[in-house]
Design a protein around this ligand. Structure first.
Ligand code: ADP
Length: 288
């Protein structure tokens, strides 16, 4: 009997040990693997601009006795690489903070329409340089024209009021618009804002290269670049979307996408109106 009780105890202990390790140990092991991959990928990404900087420096040194104009292109190149390095390290820092669960967003009352208008204006030049039309729906002018009376305009504008960190939200919209322009050869890019009962939906759509179905589950992964992006001329480190995803999540919202290869892509930023709404309406926003 003692032997049987002992064996049963041993069996139960090993089963519960196995279950506990599944619950507690596996995520730890997985996150350790992920950390290792993150560090390896980040180092790889940092190596390229550093190597380019080194090369440019050699070129400048070799032309020490030549006129400055001969060194200028290499100096300009160094400037570009330093900018690239700064952007990359900023992005890595932001992701590291997100991993440490340090919420850095500072939500305040802001008007989404005004913010989108700023980002839209800032992207006009890049879009027209590629011959793309950049549309916004609704535009500020449309709101003003439809509500000529001052009070009515204020009322109409108040529908686009939310609580969010303006700098962070601007970063998200810039990433999405930059990508839409970058991955579209012809046609149009459109940003639209729709007020739902409990949230705001900002959609950025393009008539670009699209993303193959089998690659879509990975677009928000760090350092992911679809085959077409890798083989094309568009540069990037594959961090933009993972950053946008983290920022939207910090705001209690969701970032989703729909894409058809060769036809185009739409990204949806779904934001709750306020923190209070976020907690109460989390489930319904998930369905949007
Ligand atoms: P990247 O620096 O490569 O643009 P992102 O994280 O912003 O990195 O995007 C990840 C990948 O998702 C891109 O490399 C590209 O393959 C794909 N992607 C993102 N936005 C679009 C888009 N609008 N159209 C097509 N592909 C896109």
């Amino acid at each position: 009997v003692l032997f049987l009780v002992g064996a049963a105890g041993l069996f139960l202990a090993s089963v519960s040990g196995f279950i506990m390790s599944r619950i507690f140990l596996r995520p730890a092991v997985r996150s350790f693997d992920q950390q290792q991959r993150f560090v390896a990928d980040a180092s790889h990404e940092l190596r390229t601009p550093i190597a380019t900087l080194q090369l440019h420096l050699e070129m400048i040194k070799a032309r020490q006795d030549e006129p400055v104009s001969h060194r200028r292109p290499w100096i300009d190149g160094m400037e570009r690489e330093v900018e690239r390095l700064t952007r990359l390290t900023d992005h890595l820092l932001l992701l590291a903070r997100a991993d440490a669960k340090r919420v850095t967003a500072q939500p305040m009352k802001l008007n989404v329409l005004e913010l989108v208008d700023e980002v839209w204006n800032a992207s006009l030049l890049a879009a027209s340089a590629k011959g793309l039309s950049l549309e916004m729906k609704p535009t500020l002018d449309e709101i003003y024209d439809a509500h000529l009376d001052g009070d009515d305009v204020a009322k109409a504008m108040s529908a686009y009021q939310i609580q969010a960190d303006p700098e962070r939200l601007e970063q998200v919209l810039t990433i999405l618009l930059d990508n839409a322009i970058k991955y579209t050869a012809c046609g149009s890019v459109r940003i639209s804002i729709e007020r739902e009962r409990h949230g705001m939906i900002i959609a950025v759509s393009d008539t670009g290269i699209g993303i193959r179905k089998e690659q879509q589950p990975f677009v928000f992964d760090r350092f992911f670049r679809a085959d077409q992006a890798r083989s094309g001329s568009a540069s990037g480190a594959g961090l933009g979307l993972s950053i946008a995803h983290e920022i939207v999540r910090e705001h209690g919202g969701r970032l989703t996408m729909k894409s058809e290869h060769g036809v185009g892509t739409t990204f949806y930023v779904i934001l709750p109106l306020t923190q209070r709404v976020k907690n109460r309406r989390k489930e319904s926003l998930r369905q949007v």
